[in-house]
Design a protein. Sequence first.
Length: 208
Amino acid sequence: MILLGAPGAGKGTQAEILSEKLGIPTISTGNILRGAIQAGTEVGLKAKAYMDQGNLVPDEIVIAIVADRLKQPDCAKGFILDGMPRTIAQAEALDQSGVKFDCVLSLEISDQEIQARMSGRRVCSKCGASFHIVSRPTKVEGVCDLCGGPVTQRADDKPETVLSRLEVYHQQTEPLKDYYKAKGILTLVDNQPTIAATTQVIMEALQR
């Protein structure tokens, strides 16, 4: 399964919930890349330069990381891909590598809502857990509920970077909806008032 949607649409949150409900792992390219950045690997340092400017990480870096991850035993029964593909070229590269998808879900949300969401998003710099100052605040301000690490605003969640990321999304990633619609596996999921309501719509779509 692929989760599509603009940055801040809720892909990571829904992927986490669906992973638990369906018993399959979420493969988040963002988390894999951030792990490489924290480890200070060569790939991580290259990726960081792009991410800090709100630009997409080059295909060859992302595809190499994802391909390695999908070979792990926990992906044998299925997986949720969150954060990839982001371009038609990536989608074609995944097709050529033999990766098959049963369903592509696109979380539909306005740019205005995205901007409001992302300005309030906070991420644990230690474990990567995501929070929001309004909809999902930490119990103690600035401290992760899960590991006690510091919770901060990522550089790519700042307003000027969000606008840049949305522009990139509309130009490069949104065309994927037509790509997967042509394959007959695209389902649009309209924005719902709560996280739980969005999950319910997704589960209903998966049972069709």
